[in-house]
Design a protein around this ligand. Structure first.
Ligand SMILES: NC(=O)c1ccc[n+]([C@@H]2O[C@H](COP(=O)([O-])OP(=O)(O)OC[C@H]3O[C@@H](n4cnc5c(N)ncnc54)[C@H](OP(=O)(O)O)[C@@H]3O)[C@@H](O)[C@H]2O)c1
Length: 132
């Protein structure tokens, strides 16, 4: 399970009790979307990311009470050229395989645009929303 993020969220609540905008961003994955799953497979990975999404949705609700200026976001980075994706890159067209730098830039752009009303939502690297 993805409990590390929840433990971090718990200990971050006190420092986030301030009047400034803050973002608690979590790297999820589109494969964690139940609504988007049209392919099957990857049981453990899909389930663990779906669990992360649910856990962070909970955190977003509780942060609204304890530190309302903090935005909790779930982010899909897109397929990125890392050790994790290397075994699956064969079928990925080159334009859909991002460098780590590009992914970091894209995610920062999404994070910068987040509004308080976006807290607890699931976004792709291009800022579009992903269904649960
Ligand atoms: N790459 C993609 O295409 C892609 C797509 C969608 C989502 N994601 C998500 O993006 C995130 C980063 O993945 P990545 O692609 O950068 O993979 P990666 O290159 O394999 O890096 C994973 C990182 O997590 C660390 N890690 C793994 N297990 C850990 C544990 N139990 N405790 C502490 N640290 C641990 C690893 O540390 P060590 O280096 O010490 O092993 C490594 O730094 C993941 O959440 C992944 O699910 C990636």
């Amino acid at each position: 399970m993805r409990l590390g993020g929840v433990i971090l969220a718990k200990s971050s609540a006190a420092p986030l009790k301030h009047g400034d905008r803050a973002v608690f961003a979590n790297i999820s994955a589109k494969v964690g979307s139940i609504g988007d799953n049209g392919l099957g497979g990857w049981y453990g990975y899909r389930a663990s990311k779906s669990a992360l999404n649910m856990l962070m949705r909970n955190v977003a609700i509780e942060y609204k009470r304890s530190c309302p200026r903090a935005i909790v976001a779930l982010l899909h980075p897109g397929t990125t050229d890392t050790r994790l994706s290397r075994p699956f890159q064969r079928n990925v067209p080159p334009e859909k395989l991002f460098s780590v730098d590009r992914t970091a830039r894209q995610l920062l752009q999404v994070i910068e645009k987040l509004q308080e009303s976006d807290s607890g939502e699931f976004f792709s690297w291009d800022g579009s929303r992903i269904p649960w």
